[in-house]
Write a protein that binds this ligand. Sequence first.
Ligand code: COA
Length: 337
Amino acid sequence: MSYAAFRSIGAYVPEKILSNEDLSTMVDTSDEWITKRTGIKERHIAAETEFTSDMGVKAAELAIERSGVAKKDIDMVVCATISPDYFCMPSTATIMSTKLGLNNVTAFDISAACTGFVYILSIAKAFIESGMKKNVLIIGAEKLSAITDYTDRGTCILFGDGAGAAMICATDKKEEAIIDVHTGADGEYADLLMTPNGGSGSAHDAKVDDALKQEANSCFMQMKGNETFKVAVRTLTKDVVEILNENKIQSDEIKHFVPHQANYRIIKAVGDALKLKEEQVVLTVAKYGNTSGASIPMAINDIYESGRLQKGELMLLDAFGGGLTWGSALVPFSPNK
Ligand code: COA
């Protein structure tokens, strides 16, 4: 049987910074409020002509190079995004495949919001373990600034742009294998986090608040922040406890806990519930904000590039997002060298 190994990581962060001070000139907010409630100090914003696919390609080039896999041997590209270059079609994965010079691949996007990277990790693992694919490029890329309402202080303070990518490759060494990936969803909470307009039925959906329908022509994100916060803490903690128990792994065996970077208070609450030490918890929320499907691979890239992530070390990924969706994964870092 083939196992799936997490071989490499790469990320791209756009140049322009949008600080809390900048936002306080745009909406009624302050650096103090944003820092205290979210832990975010700044986020990066893509240039107008920089698409989600452009960012994804830059992250992917790094991941491919670091994996040592030849481009001709990559047989699948999967992208997690809620801010694709084009809604519906073509998929951002197909656009990126062509920009990367990958001409003989299966390519598609998935929509699982901030849990997207954990979902595409599970897809890569399943395709490799079944023997259908050998080298899968997974990319989380988001230009959330394109779907953010910069007049809504409840959401515009949270989100940023960026991309992260990883190569997931077949291996026969069990010790290199991704141990487990959990994914879950519950549409009952769909209205907590959504882009209520722009879809085929949304404007007529009885479940969508009248207040949310007002922005009739926008594809902006809308969020019930406080309710989302509570469900996030509950769901993230429950999922991690389950994946650790099922795999008989203690929390002190985790070298790097890499949660979705939505809000420092959410991460702290989950970390405390699991009794994790500060040095186990990876934090990038202060400098990138919430980059949805890109947030986990961007955080992994941060510890990789700063020399903190070493071969064989166990990562625990944990995510939560619109849908609602959630997921977690136990992943040893398994570079070739
Ligand atoms: N600046 C200043 N005041 C703000 C504000 C801002 N940017 N945003 C909201 N407020 C105000 C509200 O209007 C409210 O004022 P009121 O008490 O006079 O009515 C007050 O702050 C409290 O609002 P509330 O929404 O209860 O704040 P909160 O502590 O829940 O923090 C979030 C708001 C959005 C930061 C927080 O709910 C959150 O992070 N939620 C989870 C979001 C998330 O992670 N989403 C993605 C999941 S993948």
